[in-house]
Design a protein around this ligand. Structure first.
Ligand code: DX5
Ligand code: ZN
Length: 219
């Protein structure tokens, strides 16, 4: 089996040494940069916004996988496209007109993603899965890095895999929150295509080695 996509989350990087940490990811075997945008309303935390994304985009040499944990994300679709973001993922719970939002993201030339909170059922994607490029299955409640993995995620990954196959969708399955060497294999076995890892990578002694380690996990 081929290797899976590894997306280090810069939320766990050292913001005083951001360029150094971006270079580490550039040089590593990682595939994407995962950017967590939090507004303090949809989630109980504020992360970083446009000026930081712009600075990251200047140095990053891999696709920017951007995860919006914000209310009313439609307001910022064009802004993120202009900043050079490649994937834009909105939360299912934050969109009243998800289908329209997905079309708007694609019209700006980005891949369109939908993230599901731990309490949100996979079944709710039944009518949109064919329009989605990436589904982020949240394996923690969004808002903070460093939380522990919620075990029910395994069931959701296999339900999502079934839905994607049944509907002939090309959506990628991305897992976000508490991912580490202990759960990566099972997630991949169940059908995960992409793994986000924040603390596990950046709080390790040799982040590039840790990325390499995750990259070596196969089904
Ligand atoms: C949580 C964010 C995650 C977070 C992952 O709200 O969406 O992307 O950065 O961090 P870890 O890997 O530390 O759980
Ligand atoms: Zn995220």
């Amino acid at each position: 089996m081929d290797t899976k996509i590894i997306a280090p989350s810069l939320l766990a990087a050292d913001f005083a040494n951001l360029q150094r940490d971006i270079e580490m990811v550039n040089q590593s075997e990682a595939d994407w940069f995962h950017l967590d945008i939090m507004d303090g309303v949809f989630v109980p935390n504020i992360s970083f916004g446009m000026p930081v994304v712009e600075a990251i985009a200047k140095h990053a040499k891999k696709p920017l996988d951007t995860h919006l944990m914000i209310v009313d994300p439609d307001r910022y679709i064009k802004t993120f496209a202009d900043l050079g973001v490649h994937h834009l993922t909105v939360h299912y719970e934050a969109c009243s007109h998800l289908h329209r939002t997905l079309q708007a993201i694609k019209a700006e030339g980005m891949k369109a993603g939908v993230a599901l909170n731990p309490h949100t059922s996979i079944n709710l994607l039944e009518d949109t899965i064919q329009d989605i490029d990436i589904v982020i299955v949240m394996s923690v409640n969004p808002g903070f890095g460093g939380q522990s993995f919620i075990e029910n995620t395994y069931q959701k990954v296999s339900d999502l895999k079934n839905l994607i196959e049944r509907k002939n969708s090309n959506a990628l399955i991305e897992i976000d929150g508490g991912v580490n060497a202990g759960n990566a294999k099972k997630l991949i076995d169940l059908g995960a295509d992409a793994l986000v890892a924040g603390s596990f990578v950046f709080k390790s002694e040799q982040p590039a080695e840790t990325i390499k380690h995750l990259k070596e996990v196969r089904a």
